[in-house]
Design a protein around this ligand. Structure first.
Ligand SMILES: [Fe+2]
Ligand SMILES: [Fe+2]
Length: 160
């Protein structure tokens, strides 16, 4: 049975939480934490971009009168999260993964992200699903998967 847009977006949120957990459990191993932090940052950035490419235009089109505002609120919250991500990415040499400074900001970012994701899962996505209908939601979910695959591929190409 095909998945709804809510299901695939929520599954992507869960992937980010798993990467965060991997970062936390590898405390004491700076190299492993640096690697997990990199993957976590990539996954958060990719997720935000996928929503901006796919979900925001769908909200705007499918939810007359309210969708554009919901998309704009989502985008504003993404900007705050991206700013923290960029700050984390710029911290190296004594301020990087495993340091108190880095971990505090990472936890602040994850707190923002969890609240943001929770509100998507409980309000924005069910509303969008109901406006798209089962078939429209399944098509959007499939597209979300394709964009994700494409981004995974481009990450591979850029890391060569
Ligand atoms: Fe979002
Ligand atoms: Fe999201």
């Amino acid at each position: 049975m095909s998945q709804s847009l809510s299901q695939v977006v929520s599954a992507d949120h869960a992937e980010v939480y798993t990467l965060h957990e991997s970062y936390l459990v590898s405390k004491g191993d700076v190299n492993a934490q640096a690697q997990h932090a990199l993957m976590l940052g990539w996954a958060v950035g990719r997720h935000a971009m996928m929503e901006e490419i796919l979900m925001h235009p769908l909200q705007t089109r499918a939810i007359p009168g309210q969708g554009a505002e919901l998309a704009a609120i989502d985008a504003r919250e993404h900007e705050q999260i991206k700013e923290m991500l960029m700050q984390l990415a710029s911290w190296t040499e004594g301020h990087g993964p495993g340091t108190i400074e880095f971990d505090n900001l990472l936890e602040t970012m994850m707190g923002h992200l969890r609240r943001h994701n929770d509100s998507e899962e409980s309000a924005d996505l069910p509303l969008l699903d109901s406006h798209l209908g089962p078939e429209g939601s399944a098509r959007a979910a499939e597209m979300f998967g394709k964009v994700k695959q494409f981004m995974a591929l481009s990450r591979l190409v850029f890391s060569l």
